[in-house]
Write a protein that binds this ligand. Structure first.
Ligand SMILES: Nc1ncnc2c1ncn2[C@@H]1O[C@H](COP(=O)(O)OP(=O)(O)O)[C@@H](O)[C@H]1O
Ligand SMILES: [Mg+2]
Length: 223
């Protein structure tokens, strides 16, 4: 359902060019949960941003459900991203001025101009956040609770794919396993595809497959 074909990406800093991705090809089936590992700076975020249609590759193509993504049509790209993909980030990226439920409604607001708080609360229940927290301001939550809110938000538009970039990097061991267990449950019940960049072996081992990014190319370890 998500396919990358010969993806290249370089960055220019000063008068130097660094090639971060040097011909990445991969294929992820619907309902798979895939870990992406690799040392810091190996290009995991760069690859996730391309797979998530946030950034354009220098060369190569992305296919979603066998349809080639046109990175030049900005409006179609944004629409497709909003409808197909949910994101979870290392630093949660929640809005501090809004409460828990309001944060979760945001992707739905972008899609339908309507704050579906009923659905938001249902998703907060799915990710295991106690109902006493639904009206709390974000800053009163722990890291693990914030990441649950971020996961609920990522689910708001029923995405086919959730891209999670080091979702447990700031969480303790228990919260890390809890959040990935929630992801696994959602993956089982809704067949949502997950791609999780992580340094955590335990998290990676909870996935169906582990991809390693090194030297700009992908290798696969069968778990
Ligand atoms: N926007 C950018 N401009 C310049 N260099 C970048 C940019 N984004 C990433 N890089 C560089 O690309 C490399 C890969 O970064 P990144 O994808 O963030 O790696 P990872 O997520 O695996 O830690 C690093 O050397 C980083 O400094
Ligand atoms: Mg990164």
């Amino acid at each position: 359902m998500l396919r990358a074909v010969d993806i290249y990406k370089s960055f220019f800093s000063g008068n130097k060019t660094i090639e971060v991705l040097s011909g990445i090809s991969l294929s992820i089936e619907k309902g798979e949960m895939v870990a992406l590992m690799g040392v810091s700076g190996s290009g995991k975020s760069t690859l996730m941003h391309i797979l998530g249609l946030i950034n354009k590759p220098d060369k190569g193509d992305i296919y979603i459900n066998e349809e080639r993504v046109n990175f030049n049509d900005k409006e179609a790209l944004a629409r497709r991203r909003n409808l197909t993909i949910g994101f979870v980030f290392q630093f949660y990226s929640l809005i501090g001025e809004l409460n828990v439920t309001e944060n979760v409604t945001i992707p739905g607001m972008i899609k339908n101009s309507y704050a579906d708080t009923v659905k938001a609360k249902r998703l907060l229940e799915v990710v295991g956040l106690p109902s006493s927290m639904y009206d709390k301001m974000i800053y009163k939550l722990s890291g693990g609770e914030m990441q649950r809110v971020a996961l609920a938000r990522a689910l708001m538009n029923d995405p086919d794919i959730i891209i999670a970039d080091e979702p447990t990097a700031n969480l303790d061991k228990t919260s890390s396993i809890d959040i990935v267990t929630s992801m696994r449950d959602i993956n089982s019940s809704k067949k949502t595809t997950f791609i999780i960049a992580t340094h955590n072996e335990e998290v990676a081992n909870m996935c169906d497959r582990i991809l390693f990014l090194s030297g700009g190319v992908i290798s696969e370890k069968n778990s």
